[in-house]
Design a protein around this ligand. Sequence first.
Ligand SMILES: Cc1cc2nc3c(=O)[nH]c(=O)nc-3n(C[C@H](O)[C@H](O)[C@H](O)COP(=O)(O)OP(=O)(O)OC[C@H]3O[C@@H](n4cnc5c(N)ncnc54)[C@H](O)[C@@H]3O)c2cc1C
Length: 434
Amino acid sequence: MASPSSYSKTPRNREAVIIAGGGIGGLAAALALARKGFKSVVLEQAPQFGEIGAGIQIAPNAWHALDALGVGQLVKKEAVFIERLLMFDGVSGEKVIDIPLDQRFAKRFGNPYAVTHRADIHGSLLDGCKALPQLIELRTSSRVSGFAIEDGGVRVTLADGQALRGMALVAADGGKSVIREAIVGDPLPPATGHMCYRAVLNINDVPKDLRLPAATLWAAHNTHIVHYPLRGWKLFNLVATVIGKHTSGGHNEAATPEEALPFFSHYCDAVMKLMRTPKEFRRWMLQYREPVENWIRGPVALLGDAAHFMLQYMAQGAAMAMEDAVCLGQCADAADGDFTRAFRDYQERRIVRASRVQISANSLIGQIFHVADGLPREVRNDMFRGRPPERYYDALEWVFSAPDYVREFKAQRAPRRLARAAAARRRPPSRQRD
Ligand SMILES: Cc1cc2nc3c(=O)[nH]c(=O)nc-3n(C[C@H](O)[C@H](O)[C@H](O)COP(=O)(O)OP(=O)(O)OC[C@H]3O[C@@H](n4cnc5c(N)ncnc54)[C@H](O)[C@@H]3O)c2cc1C
């Protein structure tokens, strides 16, 4: 591995790396490259950087990536460190899975498990990028529409007709990536029928017996419900998922309780009390893609959802995007800025792990969460009932443990500017888009 030149004030690259998309993946990529001394320009299509959505779970591997990027401490300020991962049978109300997230867990995986608001994790990455203006340029209202590989670099075109040259292009433009169309050529992700109803509640409105220090999942035929506390226990995140008939193709649309509740009429009253609390839900139509064997073309690479768009059931999509970013920074460093070589190395290191998470997310639904009522439900409950924590920890080892490249990256010192930004940080409420 080449020696890290992350802390030099002079960028290693004369031409910037262009990053399409300023979501969690794109900002993480800019930070990872900056920590290795590479400058980048992040092109975000929206008029401002921000995150749509509500809560997000941060497993130990995601914390390792955040620490490697130098923003773990920022994110920790707002996160809630929950004590358990729970699964209840949605019909009978029986507790089926109970995974303690105590000292044993943190020791085993080198980090705890937490939940936070998406705006907080995105905002921390953004603060990290803003603290390094000599290495990271952030541009809004810049929609990438295409690219061409040319001598020693890439020419990227924007929807408004502008063109930009860079030494490489990282496509972090999400599940409907336009760059993916050119590299992989698969059609847009199809409608899946999976949809979720989300709400962020004031904690005081939540039934007292459900204010659990846990990420809690209720499972019943064709549906499941997830909830956990947010923002220092002031807010409460509720996500209820169903495989049903599509009513629209959209994201973040208003939906009434009258629309949502009938899908969950087979649930016990313990959780229906909570489901009846929101006056309005936000409806999300979920999409995903099948894993593919190629994410790269020369000095162009896909990252995050653009590479491995997955259903959220493993709660790992953002974690995978951040791990991608760290790996990409590490590979760029090792290849000393030869991005064609770096991206080959990046794909080789990342593709199996990310695809495994993609595939696992799908199988959780069929095998555990949405099993039919009656005997399949009894069998599922019997499989998990009374299982000791170590068996869960063993089963989760592959995903919750940090890959070597994340540990190596993390072991390197964070730039002073990031540490100063951490100390000075004040989060404006305008950061959140919804
Ligand atoms: C309901 C739900 C719950 C989830 N829960 C979790 C969880 O608990 N833990 C977890 O780790 N993950 C979770 N995920 C997954 C996670 O949200 C995503 O995997 C992650 O946000 C992907 O980040 P990204 O940057 O790759 O893509 P995105 O977040 O989609 O960001 C892409 C960015 O690119 C911009 N963009 C798009 N096209 C262009 C273009 N042509 N030019 C310029 N900019 C463009 C977009 O505006 C956006 O800002 C969840 C997802 C859902 C739907």
